[in-house]
Design a protein around this ligand. Structure first.
Ligand code: NAI
Length: 695
């Protein structure tokens, strides 16, 4: 049973019990309906209380059943709510801790609602590209009023119960020290004989001049919701609560819900939601793998990345010491960190107290002896194997036994780095993204020898640092940068064949990327790619690149940091202005290599860049560098600005259809630089089997 039934005097108590948050899965709904029937059949019962066991009243739909037929099987949530609403005995929802989604819709079907303060009340369906489909859009406005209900439904943001105490949603909000069950049973006894039974559906939504308000809301929400249809559909459903009869409003809501659930946007959001949870699971590292305590951290290098990484530890309350080799670099690094925190303080996003706490948690040193007792050390020195070797040999000497030795390298071989120590089991890659204090992604690079407990600890740490940790195997560039390399190569070839940076960036940004490849290059610094290519020209001369990016660097145009790259920039303005000299260099380069420039469509640009990611992603999956396609999607959604409404490159390929993706890739393999388009065997296989990367 996933709901319990008990009788307290003349009050029946149905307790939803489906840990962790009493999701309204099939078994729970069945047990609750059964409880209602039992209570209605028992003459000794005068009133009914519905509450939740443990840490929630109910968090809503059971995510374990999300895409299974069980989600819609009878008794459905509608049936449960109708059973409650049509009860001939009063039903009281006793709410605590979490009351969200379907849980709140159930509570709104009850005759009365009582709550503990501090309960989180929300209809968060919009965050998954949906709308509350079990009457939420019709009932919430009837108790909260049009404006407040609309805000909650369109934003999905939780509101604490005490803030709603004065509205009709609650009949009583108890004192913080009350015993909820006792207080709810007492309340139920009080209303046991009251008739007629109050029903939310019988209330009216009064709002003077509602049409003007609704039109204003439509305009605002439309402007803010980008490619996502759900927020505007939420407004339309809430509008129906004012303009339609209750039953018609319910039907309207149902129709819109069923329409939304089929949209790619909602499917993408749900994919991202599940992928994030999935990413932290490693099949051979079970959830009960022992972890090491991380109470103290150290970072080597106070540069761009080291400073941001140190801030992550301080933000999580973990003291951290930064080690530098030069006093000047250390001072500069610490000053940058302080300035970052000061900016956050000025923006009002940090209290003075927290500001001081965080600054105090970060110290600097030039002496290795001072970091020996840290539980984890993250190396973020220059991207050079020789420098990494010196640092890791030293760390092996000074760090206490059991300390985790992590490297922030973005391309180098973590196994080689581990071999510089006598404890390769303690070595792991933690690849943060720039700016490290902001970006959500943390690629966790599992070396050949990395201990399971070290991996489990790093995954747990990524959660503590509020990052999305994705595990990658060892290869040049790991998951994200190895794929972006193919994307960048295509961007370079497009310049040779007829595009200018602006056209490529605009096409990709219209597709939904936060930033096109050339604006991105200017932000990150074009010299980084130049440095890597120079290494590859020697190590892997068979890989072809366009020379345009090298010519740009030879012009001294590294990007925003040198005042210009592919574009020009004005001080205090991140807007990119095309530069005629750069564009002339691009056109001349085509002439020099004998390529006749042609008009290239936006569709071709997007296909070449995105399918380059997909094809490399398929290789990465096949080689086992990524454990699952959804991990690759998470890397791109959280680290590379891939459009969320398209669900990540691999999910996007699934929605396009793998035979179509393969068809384009085969066509491109017959064109210029066809050598870059050898279809990944996994893509060929899945396309032939009619399957997708994500199943
Ligand atoms: P950076 O050049 O800004 O900083 C490196 C710092 O390390 C400098 O302050 C330098 O003085 C210090 N350093 C060098 N050798 C040292 C030693 N032996 N002992 C102590 N300190 C030493 O470099 P950045 O950009 O912070 O990169 C650091 C690492 O992070 C590299 O491995 C890089 O590939 C990786 N990375 C960089 C990203 C970026 O966007 N910049 C993104 C992700 C990873």
């Amino acid at each position: 049973m996933s709901a319990e039934y008990q009788v307290h005097g003349s009050v029946a108590v149905i307790t939803l019990n489906n840990p962790p948050v009493n999701g309204l899965g099939h078994a729970t709904r069945s047990a609750a309906v059964q409880g209602m029937q039992q209570a209605l059949a028992d003459d000794a019962v005068q009133a009914i209380v519905i509450t939740g066991a443990g840490k929630a009243f109910s968090g809503g739909a059971d995510i374990k059943e999300f895409n299974s037929p069980k989600a819609l099987a009878e008794p459905s949530l509608h049936t449960l709510i109708r059973t409650v609403e049509e009860s001939t005995k009063p039903v009281v929802a006793a709410i605590h801790t979490v009351c969200m989604g379907g849980g709140l819709e159930l509570a709104l079907g009850c005759n009365y609602r009582v709550a503990m303060p501090g309960a989180q009340i929300a209809l968060p369906e919009v965050k998954l590209g949906l709308l509350p489909g079990a009457g939420g859009t019709q009932r919430l406005p009837r108790v909260l009023g049009l404006e407040m209900a609309l805000n909650m439904i369109v934003s999905g943001t939780p509101v604490p119960s005490e803030k709603l105490a004065k509205t009709a949603i609650f009949d009583e909000v108890f004192a913080a020290d009350a015993n909820l069950l006792e207080a709810a049973v007492a309340f139920a006894n009080k209303v046991a004989a009251a008739r007629p039974l109050p029903k939310v559906r019988d209330r009216k939504v009064d709002y003077p001049n509602h049409e003007a308000f609704l039109q204003f809301s439509r305009n605002t929400v439309k402007a803010m919701s980008g490619p996502f249809p759900a927020p505007l559909e939420c407004v339309e459903c809430v509008a129906a609560s004012v303009t339609m009869k209750f039953e018609d409003g319910l039907k309207f809501e149902r129709d819109r819900f069923l329409k939304l659930i089929q949209t790619t946007e909602s499917k993408s959001l749900r994919h991202a939601f599940f992928s994030e949870r999935q990413a932290s699971k490693v099949p051979d590292v079970p959830a009960d793998t022992p972890t090491r305590a991380i109470k103290k951290a150290a970072v080597i290098g106070a540069g761009t990345m080291g400073g941001g990484i140190a801030m992550n530890f301080a933000n999580a309350g973990i003291p951290v010491t930064i080690l530098e080799m030069k006093a000047e670099a250390l001072e500069k690094g610490l000053a940058t960190i302080r300035k970052n925190y000061e900016n956050t303080l000025k923006k009002g996003k940090l209290t003075q107290e927290k500001f001081e706490q965080r600054v105090a948690l970060i110290t600097g040193t030039m002496n290795y002896e001072e970091i020996g007792d840290a539980d984890i050390v993250v190396e973020a020195v220059f991207e050079d194997m020789g420098v990494k070797e010196t640092v890791f040999r030293k760390l092996d000497e000074v760090m206490k036994q059991g300390a985790i030795l992590a490297s922030n390298t973005s391309t180098l071989d973590v196994d080689k780095i581990a071999a510089f120590t006598k404890r390769p089991q303690d070595v792991i890659g933690t690849h943060f993204f720039s700016p490290a204090n902001v970006m959500k992604l943390l690629e966790i690079v599992r070396g050949k020898a990395t201990g399971k407990d070290v991996l489990a600890t790093t995954l747990a740490l990524s959660k503590k640092l509020k990052k999305t940790g994705v595990v990658s195997g060892v290869c040049d560039g790991f998951i994200g940068n190895r794929m972006i390399e193919q994307y960048s190569r295509q961007a370079g070839f497009l310049l040779e064949e007829g595009c200018l940076p602006e056209q490529v960036d605009k096409a990709v940004e219209k597709f939904g990327f936060a930033m096109g490849p050339f604006r991105m290059g200017d932000l990150a610094g074009n010299d980084i790619g130049w440095y890597i290519r120079k290494r590859r020209y020697v190590e892997s001369p068979e890989i072809t690149y366009s020379k345009t990016a090298d010519l740009l660097c030879e012009m001294g145009r590294y990007g925003q940091k040198t005042g210009g790259g592919w574009y020009d920039y004005k001080a205090g303005d991140r807007k990119a202005y095309p530069n005629e000299e750069v564009n002339a260099m691009i056109v001349k380069h085509s002439e020099d290599i004998g390529v006749v420039r042609r008009k290239i469509s936006d569709q071709e640009i997007v296909e070449r860049l995105v399918f380059a990611l997909v094809n490399e992603g398929a290789l990465i999956l096949e080689e086992g560098i990524a454990m699952r396609a959804s991990d690759i999607d998470m890397v791109y959604l959280t680290g590379y600005g891939f459009p969320l409404h398209r669900g990540g490159p691999m999910f996007y390929a699934d929605t396009v259809g793998l035979p179509n993706v393969l068809g384009s890739i085969e066509r491109m393999s017959r064109g210029r630089h066809g050598e870059a388009w050898k279809p990944a065997p996994l893509l060929v296989k899945l396309a032939a089997e009619g399957k997708g990367f994500n199943g």
